[in-house]
Design a protein around this ligand. Structure first.
Ligand code: S3P
Length: 435
């Protein structure tokens, strides 16, 4: 599908039903299968990626009931799985493939995890290596890519694993495998990545003398059933935060957004750029802390932005928001910088190359580096209208659409249907907010 996006005069209104947080939805469903008893997950996302997780679980023999956006999973602890298919399709979802790999390896299931063309081109050595060290029997396609074939094994043993890159998916994969292993698995992360796994499971942690965190899991750890309402996704909210900031005369409210501190750097980065963003935690903090995941309303008014340089510690925290932050940088007068971010090249597409192409097409200067980019923003805009490719990447399609709102004429986003991966009603919300 090609989508024509007209320039917007301003953005006004409120969104109460942003898509539910993808990272939390995946985890809630996956972790439910490791508990004994009934889990009830409300506000589960309708987006394609979390739905891939549900389909994988069904194909692994897990009874999953749905009633609208509510999911009910009744599980029997670590022995819940009884695969009804040998090929389990993770679709476009890296989180599904990498987290499920930890569980499939742990349970010793003889299945193959497959994915679409984009997922089959993404690096998997980062999970197959530690799982192999734990005793898993794994075969991958050439170049350590999916499909990933798992064979039964004699049982996993714990490892002490320093993460080679900041990645919540790798951290979670190893800790989930650790839930099936003999001994205590320890994962050390130098730069903190999103902490939903440890929060939602209630895992124990230690701190090294240098302040780095060590997360722990073991076969003895009891996984409790999940009872939660999934907060709305800050990664989806980020598109509107940037749009309302850069389009003069805008004022919008985004309700019920998850503001977990390991995910909300996008807010502090935009505020550092001069954005007018107010975060209001509900008066009843108890209610806002369902499963320890804080939720807030976010109000954004337009403001003239300043350039910014992202800190190394902010990169894992804001990794999925960097494409749309690059759009914000395009309308700040002067040089903004994103470095130490080579992980962007290993996402649904090479997001460094895609961001550079997107901005250049709109007439904004960019310098590309191996590990990031510089944007030389020209101030308030407008930018040039263009035909933008989505690269089959939902976040690139949506970032290009936000950029197009600032065009001096209509732009076209080709392959825009990939927005359904994380935000099926993105274009509905765009027409609701844009004037
Ligand atoms: C995710 C972690 C991040 C992020 C992805 C979701 C998660 O990936 O980019 O969209 O839910 O754990 P990495 O762990 O590879 O950085």
């Amino acid at each position: 599908m090609n989508k024509t996006v007209e320039p917007a005069k301003c953005l006004r209104g409120e969104i109460t039903d942003l898509p539910a947080d993808k990272s939390i939805a995946h985890r809630a469903a996956l972790f439910a299968t490791l508990a004994r008893g009934e889990s009830v997950i409300r506000n589960f996302s309708e987006a394609a990626d979390p739905q891939s997780t549900l389909q994988c679980l069904r194909d692994l023999g897990v009874p999953v009931e749905t009633d609208g956006n509510t999911i009910v999973i009744r599980a029997k602890g670590r022995k819940t799985f009884s695969p009804i298919k040998s090929e389990i399709d993770c679709g476009n979802s890296g989180t599904t493939m990498r987290l499920l790999s930890g569980m499939v390896a742990g349970a010793g299931l003889p299945v193959t995890l497959t994915g679409d063309a984009s997922l089959s081109s993404r690096p998997m050595k980062r999970i197959t290596e530690p799982l192999g060290l734990m005793g898993a029997e794994i075969e991958t396609a050439e170049g350590n890519r999916a499909p990933i074939l798992f064979r039964p094994h004699k049982g996993l043993h714990a490892i002490d694993y320093p993460l080679p890159m900041p990645s919540a998916q790798v951290k979670s994969c190893v800790l989930l495998a650790g839930l099936f292993a003999d001994g205590e698995t320890r994962v050390t992360e130098k730069l903190p990545s999103r902490d939903h796994t440890e929060r939602m499971l209630g895992l124990e942690m230690d701190f090294n003398a240098d302040g780095t965190r060590v997360l722990k899991s073991s076969r003895e750890f009891e996984v409790r059933p999940q009872h939660l309402t999934v907060p709305n996704d800050i990664s989806a909210a980020a598109f509107w935060m940037v749009a309302a900031s850069v389009i003069p005369g805008s004022e919008i409210v985004l309700r019920g957004v998850g503001v977990n501190p390991s995910r909300s750097a996008v807010i502090s980065i935009l505020q550092r750029m001069g954005a007018d963003i107010r975060v209001t935690l509900p008066p009843n903090m108890q209610a806002s802390q369902a499963v320890g995941e804080p939720v807030a309303d976010i109000t954004i008014k337009s403001a003239q932005l300043r350039p910014v340089s992202l800190l190394e510690t902010e990169i894992p925290n804001a990794i999925d928001e960097i494409p749309v932050l690059a759009v914000a940088m395009g309308f700040a007068r002067g040089k903004s910088e994103v470095r130490n971010a080579s992980e962007l090249r290993a996402k649904e597409c090479d997001r460094i190359a895609a961001v550079a192409e997107m901005l250049r097409k709109a007439g904004i200067k960019v310098v590309e580096y191996k590990d990031g980019f510089e944007v030389i923003g020209g101030g308030a805009g407008p930018c040039e209208p263009a035909e933008h490719a989505s690269f089959h990447d939902h976040r690139i399609a949506m970032a290009s659409s936000i950029l197009a709102l600032k065009g001096s004429g209509p732009s076209v986003i080709t392959g825009a249907d990939c927005t359904a991966i994380s935000y099926p009603h993105f274009y509905r919300d765009l027409s609701l907010l844009a004037d």
